[in-house]
Design a protein around this ligand. Structure first.
Ligand code: ADP
Length: 460
């Protein structure tokens, strides 16, 4: 605002002063020229060029030079100065460019702004009538070389300049005051928002940011509140995760402690009991180990979210390998594994990670099955995606649990899952990996009949 307000006023001042100067000088010039023109006529009338003693003319010339604080030189036809109102150059020969030009009938005007005067030449012309033809011709008999002071103009300009400066200072002060006012009014809502944000930053409270009355910051406040809500949700899930991890890691330790305590208590126990309890303790250690390694896998996946080691792989071969590896477990659970593939699918995937994801899904289909049940794995693809469907004839998942089963540590039936060695992290790991491949995993299930997990991953 300062720049917009002040710069034009400085330019306007300069323009006004310069146009005043031009105008005043040209008025002064024409005024003096007029007067000199009249005097020139008188000079001819009274034949002053031949007889410069005419009192009336001399008085007129004096008056003129006094009036304009200047000097008038009358130069005759032989370039000799007939009269100098200063008296200095009278009788001298004056041959200058201006004088010569003037004898040729050309008026010359020079404005010397530095020294503050205007110099001009005025021809002294006589009209001569040709006796034979009767035609009139102007003959230049002499030249008036005059200089007039422009001090009064300069003084007026100084006064105007001073007034302009005063106006400039007043304008600057007004503009400055307005600019200050505006900047304060405009930044006030933003300062309020900044203040409110710092308050929120100090304590992670449940309050939403509120800066009422300002439309300017409404969008910022809304966006900030959204971010805040997301941060709170993240914080809550982090706290919940830590609580879950502690709980999950504590359970096997508690069991081991109980087993060990009961062995140490009371009189000597039979060796068989020792053996049985030690086996249980070893089982709990395995479980603890599984939870920790699953957790490490999850954390590593979170950390290297975009870090996929893609290579061209046959998905058919991958599934066949998994099924081969899981066959003994399936046989132990009396579950049949069936693989159907409509076509050969070869695409870029992270082999280790996708293998882990599919293993988790197929393992679940075996774990949550019933003796004599089956797991159907089918593979198909179109021009955009490949799809793996894992269908089991197991216990199914209740409707209300479907939206939670991909959450960390979520298990439908805690004790059953624990019995069969589940950590509650398998599906979470699987979903993370599939999402890293920009794919999706969905589930449909009917309790008591079985579940279908569908994995859809874009072809690369
Ligand atoms: P877990 O290690 O307990 O198997 P997951 O994350 O793999 O953990 O699965 C979470 C829960 O989802 C399981 O505890 C189980 O209750 C349920 N679930 C997963 N897959 C199936 C399935 N194929 N059939 C029935 N329930 C399943």
């Amino acid at each position: 605002m300062l720049v917009i307000g002040v710069i034009p006023s400085i330019f306007i001042r300069a323009a006004i002063l310069s146009s005043y100067e031009n105008r005043a000088i040209s008025v002064r010039e024409s005024e003096v020229q007029n007067q000199l023109g009249i005097i020139a006529k008188h000079l001819i009338t009274y034949d002053y060029l031949r007889d410069p003693t005419n009192e009336a003319i001399n008085a007129e010339l004096e008056q003129m030079s006094n009036l304009y604080d200047g000097r008038i030189l009358i130069i005759g036809g032989n370039f000799k100065a007939i009269k100098d109102t200063n008296g200095v150059s009278a009788g001298k020969i004056i041959v200058s460019e201006e004088v010569i030009k003037c004898f040729k009938g050309q008026k010359v005007v020079n404005y010397d702004s530095k020294n503050g005067y205007i110099e001009m030449t005025t021809p002294i012309t006589e009209t001569v009538t040709d006796e034979e033809t009767g035609a009139n011709t102007d003959v230049v008999r002499g030249v008036m070389l005059s200089s007039v002071s422009t001090d009064t103009i300069a003084m007026t300009m100084r006064i105007i300049g001073r007034v302009a400066w005063t106006i400039d200072i007043v304008v600057i002060a007004i503009v400055f005051a307005i600019a200050m006012l505006f900047s304060r009014v405009l930044t006030k809502p933003f300062n309020k928002v900044t203040g409110a944000i710092s308050e929120v930053g100090e304590g992670f409270t449940d309050e939403a940011l509120s800066v009422p009355d300002y439309a300017e910051t409404e969008h910022i406040v809304d966006a900030f509140n959204k971010v805040l809500a997301r941060m709170r949700a993240l914080d809550e899930s982090r706290q919940e995760f830590v609580a879950n991890v502690s709980h999950e890691l504590k359970t096997p330790i508690t069991s081991m402690k109980i087993l060990a305590d009961s062995l140490m208590e009371g009189p000597d126990k039979p060796v068989e009991l020792y053996r049985e309890f030690m086996e249980d303790i070893a089982g709990e250690i395995d479980r603890e180990d599984k939870i920790i390694s699953d957790l490490l896998t999850l954390v590593r996946l979170d950390k290297t979210n975009t870090d996929l080691d893609l290579s061209s792989n046959s998905i058919n071969a991958m599934i066949e390998m998994i099924l081969k590896r899981l066959k003994p477990i399936a046989a132990g659970a009396e579950v049949e594994l069936i693989f159907e593939s409509a076509r050969e699918v070869v695409t870029g995937v992270d082999e280790v990670k996708l293998n882990l994801a599919l293993t988790n899904l197929i393992e679940n289909a075996i774990k949550y099955n019933r003796p004599g049940g089956s797991v159907y794995v089918s593979l198909d693809c179109d021009h955009q995606y490949f799809t793996v469907e894992i269908k089991d004839t197991g216990i199914g998942i209740p409707e209300e649990a479907l939206e939670h089963i991909f959450e960390r540590f979520y298990r439908v039936d805690k004790s059953h899952s624990r019995e069969i060695g589940g950590t509650g992290l398998g599906l979470s790991i699987a979903r993370n990996i599939i999402m890293m491949h920009r794919g999706t995993v969905s589930v449909e299930s009917v309790t008591g009949e079985g579940s279908v997990f569908t994995v859809k991953v874009p072809l690369v």
